[in-house]
Design a binder for this molecule. Sequence first.
Ligand SMILES: Cc1ncc(COP(=O)(O)O)c(C=O)c1O
Length: 404
Amino acid sequence: MTPEQLAGFRSLFPVTRRYVYLNHASNGPLALPVVEAMNGYIQRCSLHGEVPYPEAEAVVEDCREMAARLMGVLASEIAFVKNVSAGAIIAIGSIEWQHGDNMILMRDAFPTNVYPFDYLLPHVEKRYVTSTELAKGSECVFTLVDRHTRAIAIDWVHFLSGMKADVIAIATFCRTRAIHILLDVMQGLGAVNQSFGELGIDFAYAGAGKWLLGPQGSGILYVNSAILPKLKPANLGWLSAKWDDFNDIYTRKPLKPGASRYEEGTKNYIGIYGLRESLRILLDAGMSEVAARVRMLTQLLRQRLEEKGFELMTPVDPQRHAGIITASRPGVDMAALFARLKEQGFICSLRENRLRIAPHFYNTEEEIERFCTALPARQEKGSGQNPCAVRQGPSRPTREPLNP
Ligand SMILES: Cc1ncc(COP(=O)(O)O)c(C=O)c1O
């Protein structure tokens, strides 16, 4: 990407005028074309009462094709969902679970990948790996597998440490075994260039509102076409069947052949209009370019943080992380540092008393340097007061309200 091209993409993000925004693991800021597309839809509904259904559906299909291109899969393998949880719930509901089945989960997964499995599958035995184990390789998964293992459901990129699981190794291991792989790609899709069609996993789900730079309340579910005909009906409604017009509403139609059968009713058109534009930005920039820039910026960040004495929670191997770098420094009050950075216009997250820093492709090296310059200098003995030194006395609250 040339500097001119980068400047062009940056100019689409008003957030860059006010902040050094390094918080994509929490919220992706909306670019101007995303806002314009959603405003345009809203305005038309306001002025004309509606956007004609065929026109809105054409936008949906265009967006589906873009999502498929971004993921390296077929458009017929994409369904639009409202969030990651919806994707996980559909996957759970469509698998033929058998008596005596077990499955493998991440003990420290984001709660999206805990609750539905616990409550919807109480009779399926759960076996657990941790993100720390997965950072060392996929053996921890393989050793838990036996002939009753029906599924493996993990976070591709861990929301806290940023660890990226070796899903290629896991998918290769499962290829000859009848094990479903369910992947939460929320913290990776839009930051990592991965062809899911080649991977051979069964389900992948992401919300639009982080690395995809789209609006919250819209998301993408990928269902492998090779398993789709073998799945149980789940999340089915009237729009799971092909609908033509209101003159023929009572004729029972067959289910749609592709993943769009999981779109049970009226869609979040506003969200999909916005998501189409954010996907267009990523595709125009090129996912390999986007991923290369994310990699370069996180490498720079990692290096500068280490120079300043920060301890990284994120695996150092660039193969084992994506866009998240999480770090803390002994002796520094991280909550105070986080608050000071925010006041200065540096936006990241405070998670478990660490800074979680998550740059996207339109961030610059200069922004990373400025962010790191704002961090407290390495403390030499007797060199005076560190403004964020840990205070004596009762500890400060370290958790902000959960805005994951
Ligand atoms: C890994 C991961 N999965 C899922 C979610 C959110 O799930 P949902 O879209 O269902 O709220 C988050 C954070 O918001 C996350 O970090």
